[in-house]
Ligand binder design. Structure first.
Ligand SMILES: [Fe+2]
Length: 282
């Protein structure tokens, strides 16, 4: 019988004694996810095919978009997996995102249909650094004052897709030289979204770099976004995952954001990632 052990922080829970090959494992994880937003399973001893099979029970799996990846395929036998790593073979990176800091974001918010759940499985971790920190976007919304809630109720954010969360241009958008948020391409999503399964409302901010609220002046958009962002990653609204080999972390992109601390020079890190297609935020 599996056990669910909350982290004691504002989100996150460990699930222990779970058989990832069993039919009802996904029901247990899904129920915990909707309650705790982030789930950790330590010692997940599964190969890439079993990992893919497990994640596919949570929705339609999707590979990352071509413009956000450096190669068409990372693992021939499990083509939906993205490798997130600073490892190089013959001088060529085997995956994405190197060893630098990755700013707060939610996965594929810059697509019309963003990610639902993300699964990250640690195959290799450095002795220090590279922690992944999560924040609770239900709380970030609920703690806003009434006038701010009213002000943002019908507003949307343009989630630019031409740059990373660090502001680095993506390969497929080389022609875009501006960083004026009003000019950058990307879909519009509501600032407040309603979770399709829990019915709860959450702030949905995507990435800070290049974000813009149509209908406002750039100055007003920046001021409002800065105010909303200040709510998210502050003290008391986050929890950090310190990785061990075999950790599988699953998070709900509809109600959380995440960031990675840099681990430059700390060692090699290799993660295997899967994501499910979510729904258009409403
Ligand atoms: Fe991410």
């Amino acid at each position: 019988m599996s056990k669910i052990i909350p982290t004691g922080a504002v989100l996150g829970a460990d699930i222990t004694e779970i058989d990832l090959h069993s039919r009802d494992a996904s029901d247990t994880v899904l129920a915990a996810l909707h309650h705790h937003l982030v789930v950790r399973i330590r010692g997940a001893d599964i190969d890439d095919l079993a990992f893919t099979r497990f994640a596919s029970r949570f929705g339609q799996l999707e590979g990352s978009p071509a413009f956000s990846r450096s190669r068409p395929n990372y693992i021939p036998d499990a083509p939906l997996i993205t490798v997130v790593s600073n490892v190089k073979e013959n001088g060529v990176p085997i995956g994405e995102h190197g060893d630098g800091e990755l700013n707060w974001h939610t996965d594929l918010g810059f697509m019309e249909t963003p990610s639902g759940y993300t699964f990250l499985l640690a195959r290799q971790v450095p002795p220090t650094g590279g922690d992944t920190r999560f924040c609770n976007m239900y709380n970030a919304y609920e703690q806003l004052d009434a006038s701010t809630k009213q002000a943002i109720a019908t507003l949307r954010i343009k989630h630019q897709k031409s740059h990373t969360a660090q502001g680095i241009p993506r390969p497929g958008f080389k022609d875009i030289s501006t960083i004026d948020p009003r000019e950058l391409p990307g879909p519009l999503h509501p600032i407040v979204r309603t979770h399709p399964h829990t019915g709860r409302q959450a702030l949905y901010l995507g990435r800070r770099f290049g974000a813009y609220i149509p209908g406002l002046s750039l100055e007003d958009s920046e001021r409002l976004l800065d105010g909303l962002w200040a709510r998210c990653g502050g003290e008391g609204n986050t929890w950090a995952q310190k990785w061990q080999v075999g950790d599988m972390i699953i998070w709900d992109n509809r109600a959380t954001m995440h960031r990675r601390e840099q681990f430059v020079g700390a060692g090699l890190r290799r993660m295997h990632r899967l994501t499910t297609l979510g729904e258009k935020p409403t």
